[in-house]
Design a protein around this ligand. Structure first.
Ligand SMILES: Cc1cc2nc3c(=O)[nH]c(=O)nc-3n(C[C@H](O)[C@H](O)[C@H](O)COP(=O)(O)OP(=O)(O)OC[C@H]3O[C@@H](n4cnc5c(N)ncnc54)[C@H](O)[C@@H]3O)c2cc1C
Length: 375
């Protein structure tokens, strides 16, 4: 049986960023990931946007970690050669009645500490995005895009260089508090050829994404239920991808479910159109009953009248780990907390967007909680 100071469950961007932060301070750090590779779940099935923090309620964890995470993500990308582009973005009002909402968004962003926000008119919109239709837009200079996959691997590489052990194909199947430690049961390998092992950890961090509720339940904590909400993309490739230069968003949905179908120019020159938002059954349900391309063309035309259905092809999809049930409204905040009954465990639940951006700031927060457990 092995012993660990810290065992992190989940090799997505959040688990890997945490591994990087805690292995800087402590030895004997393990990260276990059930899939054969890191970042195969939500962390590489997203828009890859380094968000600014304009959308989230003042003083929420989402606002705090997004604003700080935006800065830390750029710093990390520069230092560790992760591809990124600091593009800025436009949130566009298509008619006069949306202008008030745009001003409210600007005010919220400023309250959250987002710098450089500015309302621009149709002439400046045209100068930045010649094919976009809008009466006004909020210019958000701190937004950009990153290679999500290389970011995950960048955090993991730094963690490994600092001495952390990362084990893939290792699924946590049981968690048993045992004195000062937690006994972690692992199933290592694939279905046909697996073996079970245990490891005793002084601190366990649950960064299991869509499965964080089920991992918490292994410790008898049934506080949360995660509802997968699928976000689907279409892509524009070829000459029509020149219709978009950078990042263009509509105003966010009032139901709090998503930021609305937007345009993201990728690092590779194609344009992502999406993501949509639909509650689905099953935490691996990426493809069943995909939306028709015509739906994307219909949404996209509001901002980009020149786009046609024939310009779009179906892209990938991702699942948001939502804490708000179907029919519910509003934005749930990130949950980052020590378990009330097993305080050596730290849970991260509902880490939906802007989790990719927020990961390094969340990691510093978790590192403080680990300090409380180990010191
Ligand atoms: C459509 C979409 C678009 C998005 N766009 C953006 C964006 O542009 N910008 C942004 O900042 N954020 C965005 N997000 C959010 C962002 O992708 C997530 O917040 C982030 O990836 C969450 O990372 P994670 O590490 O918590 O989860 P995950 O990437 O899901 O990682 C959790 C890992 O835990 C592993 N695991 C689970 N259970 C176990 C177990 N029992 N044992 C071992 N391993 C286990 C899983 O296999 C998984 O790899 C988007 C999300 C979606 C769905």
């Amino acid at each position: 049986m092995d012993q660990a100071n810290i065992l992190i469950i989940g090799g997505g961007v959040v688990g890997c960023a945490i591994a990087q932060a805690v292995s800087h301070r402590w030895q004997d750090v393990f990260l276990v990931e059930q899939f054969p590779k890191l970042g195969m779940a939500t962390s590489t099935r997203n828009s890859g946007v380094n968000h600014s923090g304009i959308y989230y309620p003042k003083n929420s964890l989402k606002a705090r970690h997004c604003v700080e995470g935006n800065r830390l993500t750029y710093e990390f990308c520069k230092r560790h050669n992760v591809p990124f582009r600091h593009t800025g973005k436009l949130v566009v009002a298509v008619d006069a009645h949306e202008e008030e909402e745009l001003l409210a968004l600007k005010k919220r962003g400023e309250e959250n500490g987002v710098e450089g926000l500015r309302i621009i008119g149709p002439v400046e919109i045209r100068a930045r995005e010649p094919f976009i239709r809008g009466v006004a837009a909020l210019e958000v200079p701190s937004t950009g895009i990153v290679s999500a996959e290389e970011l995950v691997h960048g955090y993991a590489r730094v963690a490994t260089n600092q001495g952390a052990s990362i084990v893939t194909h290792a699924r946590v199947i049981s968690l048993e508090p045992s004195g000062e430690t937690i006994r972690v049961g692992l199933r290592i390998g694939d279905e046909e050829d697996s073996q079970d092992e245990t490891i005793d950890a002084k601190c366990v961090i649950n960064a299991a994404g869509l499965f964080a509720d089920e991992v918490a339940a292994l410790l008898g904590n049934h506080s949360w239920r995660i509802y997968p909400v699928r976000g689907e993309y279409c892509e524009i490739r070829g000459p029509q991808s020149l219709l978009i230069k950078n990042l263009v968003y509509p105003l966010p949905h009032s139901d709090g479910l998503s930021l609305g179908v937007h345009f993201t120019k990728t690092l590779w020159g194609s344009v992502l159109v999406g993501p949509t938002a639909t509650y689905v059954e099953g935490k691996d349900n990426y493809e069943k009953n995909r939306l028709p391309i015509a739906d994307f063309a219909h949404s996209a035309k509001t901002l980009l009248p020149e786009i046609e259905e024939r310009d779009l092809q179906l892209g990938y999809s991702g699942l948001r780990p939502k804490l708000v049930p179907p029919g519910g409204r509003g934005i749930a905040d990130f949950v980052i907390t020590r378990d009330p009954n097993v305080p050596q465990a730290i849970h991260l639940v509902g880490i939906e967007s802007p989790g990719l951006t927020a990961a390094p700031s969340i990691a510093n927060h978790v590192s403080e909680l680990v300090g409380e457990v180990l010191n």
